[in-house]
Ligand binder design. Structure first.
Ligand SMILES: Cc1cc2nc3c(=O)[nH]c(=O)nc-3n(C[C@H](O)[C@H](O)[C@H](O)COP(=O)(O)OP(=O)(O)OC[C@H]3O[C@@H](n4cnc5c(N)ncnc54)[C@H](O)[C@@H]3O)c2cc1C
Length: 306
């Protein structure tokens, strides 16, 4: 892993750094670039603006690795409130939610996570929208796909996420090509025994997986900011005779907004992944670790120059 990325990820786990960043007055500005505030109201404001600009949205209530039933319940309640308000504001047509099973109790008990995810799926259905289950590190993949299979019995539109860096993913794509699948490169530090570690291999696998998903009857969602992959997906979609509404691109809030606008103007469906909530720190650190330019932006802000 690149040393800067390791350093930032180490800082993410350091309490003193966390306190300093969280309380620095300029942090709020930096956070605002990648996170849609701490409350449901602020998330709805950002969603409204994006939808007005022709984008779709998936909302993520920040929080992961919950080992506390009370916290898991608070996360479920936040999703239920959010889904209610998406419905009431008419935004549910264009906005769905993304859920991390670890935030609703997966590490405590898979059954608890299934029950909690079912409550969120039921509320989403009632509100006129749907749910995508984020994918976390490889030790949770089997459990997450088992929960997904259960959810598919009642809510077949529930989306999965598959990570191109995992060696198993081509097979998972074949199994899920008839449903909604978000394909991403993968964001966790994984061992070579389970994951491709050469970025070029990851990209090649992304294209193989994209071909499988595009040849299926489901709805592929291509989550990447990578210009080469975006272009290859467009070419592969034409080759597979897919219309623009048969698949979508997804990008993170605050990352390549001009590319999001360009693809939308070209007639593509683009969905923005919008995180919100009080637990923004770990998410922000992962975004900074992904890209040196983001770190420069952050440091300039801390120095009061941006
Ligand atoms: C909508 C969405 C949902 C996701 N969900 C999950 C999930 O559930 N599980 C999971 O493990 N991971 C998830 N990820 C993260 C994903 O796995 C990658 O870690 C992340 O997207 C970075 O990979 P990339 O494909 O964008 O390409 P990278 O390899 O990070 O970047 C490739 C190229 O993209 C361009 N680029 C990237 N960032 C920028 C930028 N800020 N400005 C300008 N150009 C840029 C550059 O040209 C760069 O060389 C998700 C990502 C997105 C977009």
């Amino acid at each position: 892993m690149n040393p800067l990325r390791s350093l930032i990820l180490a800082a993410a786990g350091n309490d003193a750094v966390r306190r300093a960043v969280a309380t620095a007055p300029v942090s709020r500005e930096v956070v605002r670039r990648f996170v849609a505030g701490e409350t449901v109201a602020s998330a709805l404001d950002v969603t409204g603006d994006l939808v007005e600009n022709g984008l779709r949205v998936t909302l993520d209530y920040l929080g992961e690795d919950t080992t506390d039933r009370g916290l898991a319940e608070r996360t479920v309640q936040s999703y239920l409130t959010l889904l209610d308000q998406l419905h009431d504001t008419g935004l549910a047509v264009d906005a769905e939610v993304s859920v991390k099973l670890s935030a609703v109790g997966q590490s405590l008990d898979e059954r608890l996570a299934l029950d909690n995810a079912s409550r969120i799926c039921a509320a989403a259905e009632q509100g006129g929208t749907t749910v995508t289950l984020d994918m976390e590190d490889h030790t949770t993949t089997d459990s997450t796909l088992r929960v997904l299979a259960e959810l598919h019995r009642s809510w077949p539109s529930t989306g999965a996420v598959l990570q191109a860096y995992l060696r198993r993913t081509l097979d998972d794509c074949r199994a899920l090509a008839g449903s909604r699948v978000r394909l991403c490169k993968g964001a966790y530090a994984e061992p070579a025994s389970v994951a491709h570690t050469d970025p070029h291999e990851v990209d090649l696998n992304y294209v193989r997986c994209a071909n499988v998903l595009l040849s299926g009857s489901g709805y592929p969602m291509f989550a990447t900011h990578d210009p080469r992959l975006i272009e290859i997906v467009a070419e592969r979609a034409r080759w597979h005779d897919k219309a623009p509404e048969d698949f979508e691109y997804q990008m993170l809030y605050g990352v390549r907004p001009s590319e999001q606008a360009r693809l939308t103007a070209e007639g593509h469906v683009v969905r923005v992944y919008v995180p919100f909530g009080e637990q923004w720190y770990g998410y922000l650190m992962r975004r900074l670790a992904e890209r040196p330019a983001n770190v420069a932006f952050f440091l300039r802000s801390l120095a009061g120059r941006s």
